[in-house]
Write a protein that binds this ligand. Sequence first.
Ligand SMILES: N[C@@H](CCC(=O)N[C@@H](CSC=O)C(=O)NCC(=O)O)C(=O)O
Length: 282
Amino acid sequence: MELINSTKAFDGLQQQYRHSSRLLNCPMVFSVFLPQDKEGDTIRKYPVLYWLSGLTCTDENFSQKAGAQRLAAELGIILVVPDTSPRGDGVADDSAYDLGQGAGFYVNATQEPWRQHYRMYDYIVDELPQLIEMHFPTNNRRGIFGHSMGGHGALVIGMRNPQRYQSVSAFSPICNPIACPWGEKALGAYLGADAQSWENYDATVLIGRAVEHLPILVSQGDQDQFLGKQLKPHALQIAAEASGYPLKLEHHQGYDHSYYFIASFIEEHLRFHADFLLKIDA
Ligand SMILES: N[C@@H](CCC(=O)N[C@@H](CSC=O)C(=O)NCC(=O)O)C(=O)O
């Protein structure tokens, strides 16, 4: 693992690393915020909150725009922000912003030309946490949250792995990708024409089938330009009500799809996760 840069922030460190990903078959960059324990206690271990970003993002959008570091430092939570896809000249790509590099959709691709590198689901669930837990002072508690495509990733990964995560949240997630243009395009390309294979990557389908109920918070702005056509939180809500899943879905008047919305409610999301990540087991 190679340290690319390190900057002091709120007594902690905002860092960026490059590593060679075995699963994605290419070099990957991620960002991490490390709180600094005020007593200088080097053996303190922290929970990790993984942020999954949306279409066109790298690891830097969230780190630079969300304003999460001050409260993460105060609460004592490590933030980890991966890139949104494999990258590089040898990695398949598409000229559109919603497919290929920057648009990995947190799935394991089965189709050509994607399957050699596009295994973002396994990367987020397995390879990245292994790396993080080997190199940073972590305890065994993990949360996952994200925005838009990354909100979809967080919901799907959290619900499919309730034993690995304590809490899940999402800003403006793509809630029903099997039934929206972004999702149909990406899942069709990465997984092929058999739409049944898409269902494992659809939060609305998964919430209807969930047996274990991880705490989930979803925040949605009512002036979001993608709300009706791409995001469909109403479908998630209906499926949750039908299955008895205690989903906390909040609508916020006047907010759009941007990082201004995320920055406005990041404190609520961090405190939501802190309730579960910092809880002392009885
Ligand atoms: N360029 C596209 C939309 C790109 C966009 O809005 N990306 C969002 C995530 S959308 C869902 O995954 C984003 O987070 N952008 C980065 C940022 O820093 O704002 C278009 O014009 O439609």
